[in-house]
Design a protein around this ligand. Structure first.
Ligand code: ATP
Length: 370
């Protein structure tokens, strides 16, 4: 019974028209965002895109230039940080070095004069699997353990929303992977809304049930990891979440729920729902693992781009990465699972690229491919 109950009544976190300007600089622009209660929500984007500023406005550490932040029925835009039912876990754990682990976690409870401190701290330490470490000082713990103490210290206040700002950034890769799974388990157990800021797409995809991808102060797309990966809305999202092949193309016709696209002289088809635009110049996108290479001239169902030459073969364990130079000079990337089903292709081999129309996506041409 180490599980603190999520507070009632139901309370979604809602940002409406939120902007933040630092002088003339727009760090966050007109942001609309709803984080459903109990979600594990990731705010994902490159350095400087405005993620931390957004988080700080939810925490009350930064005041929006325009817009409102509300939690359920309550407008918290101008509420002081300590009055918000919100806690933050930062990358630098900010533990009290002179207090032992138990007292670090007990701190918030003692300040509020709570009675059953011993039991609550005990439960919380069990939750983060540090039950046996209460008497240690922070410097006697590993980075991952310190991070879990910081988490316990924030969770014990039973916030409605827990904000996590790159909380795993200081950990080495292996420990970070462990902690990602661990954090996900803890979030499921406590049922509190987590808003997690990260620039690591793999981390966001591993942990979050919903991701908002942020770029230059705006949210470009939100959805489940699978939705974003499968059908990116912009070239930025297509490239930030995994790798994409983006090829200049033009829509030239329509046939049975499909659009016909001209790709440097070859015709391919794309189901209409997978097209963000329905006419004119476009980017045609296809994920490297959705493409397969066949000897030049082979007949296959689906879409094909012919006349390519293998220019690089890299063995990466579970898969092999190929580069294929297209007749128009662009190199496309193809990942192939190493199942041992066939001999590896070699540099210089003539090949065609094949894929299913339903794996294609089509984006507006009026953006950089990056
Ligand atoms: P990172 O992952 O590097 O922390 P981020 O996406 O969290 O990046 P923010 O910290 O939100 O980005 O910063 C967004 C932009 O706003 C940056 O260009 C930053 O330099 C600027 N900025 C942030 N805080 C201030 C401030 N107090 N005064 C002026 N500019 C600021």
């Amino acid at each position: 019974a180490a599980t603190p109950k999520a507070p009632a009544p139901s309370s979604d976190l809602v940002l409406s028209g939120v902007s933040k300007q630092f002088g003339a600089y727009h760090a966050v622009r007109d942001l609309d965002l709803t984080v459903p209660e109990g979600a594990f929500f990731a705010l994902l984007g490159p350095s400087g895109c405005g993620k931390t500023t957004t988080l700080r406005m939810v925490a009350g550490l930064e005041e929006p230039t325009t817009g409102t932040v509300s939690l359920g029925e309550q407008d918290i835009t101008r509420l002081r940080p300590y009055k918000r039912p919100v806690n933050t876990v930062f990358q630098n754990y900010a533990l009290f070095p002179h207090l032992d682990i138990f007292e670090n976690v007990a701190f918030g409870l003692r300040r509020r004069g709570v009675k059953d401190v011993k039991q609550q701290v005990g439960e919380m330490l069990d939750l983060v699997e540090l039950g046996a470490f209460g008497k240690r000082k922070p410097n006697q713990l590993s980075g991952g353990q310190q991070q879990r103490v910081a988490l316990a210290r924030a969770l014990i206040n039973r916030p409605q929303v827990l904000l996590l700002d790159e909380p795993l950034g200081a950990l080495d890769l292996k420990l970070r992977r462990q902690m990602q799974i661990e954090l996900k388990r803890i979030q499921t157990e406590v049922g509190i809304t987590f808003v997690h800021v990260t620039h690591d797409q793999e981390e966001a995809m591993t942990m979050a049930d919903t991701i908002a991808v942020m770029n230059a102060g705006v949210i470009e797309q939100r959805g489940t990891p699978a939705e974003l990966y499968d059908l990116p809305a912009t070239t930025f999202v297509a490239n930030f979440l995994g790798q994409s092949n983006l090829v200049r193309a033009a829509i030239i016709g329509k046939a049975h729920e499909q659009l016909v696209v001209d790709v440097h002289g070859s015709k391919v088809t794309v189901p209409t729902p997978r097209c963000r635009v329905t006419e004119g110049e476009v980017w045609m996108g296809i994920r490297p693992e959705k493409v397969f290479l066949a000897p030049a001239g082979a007949e296959q169902n689906g879409n094909a781009l012919r006349g390519a030459t293998v220019t690089d073969v890299s063995y990466v364990g579970v898969s092999t990465q190929y580069l294929a130079r297209m007749p128009w000079g662009q190199e496309l990337t193809v990942f192939e699972q190493n199942t041992g089903a066939r001999d590896t292709l070699r540099v210089g081999d003539p090949v065609d690229l094949h894929w299913q129309p339903a794996h294609t996506f089509v984006l507006d041409a009026a953006q950089d491919a990056l």
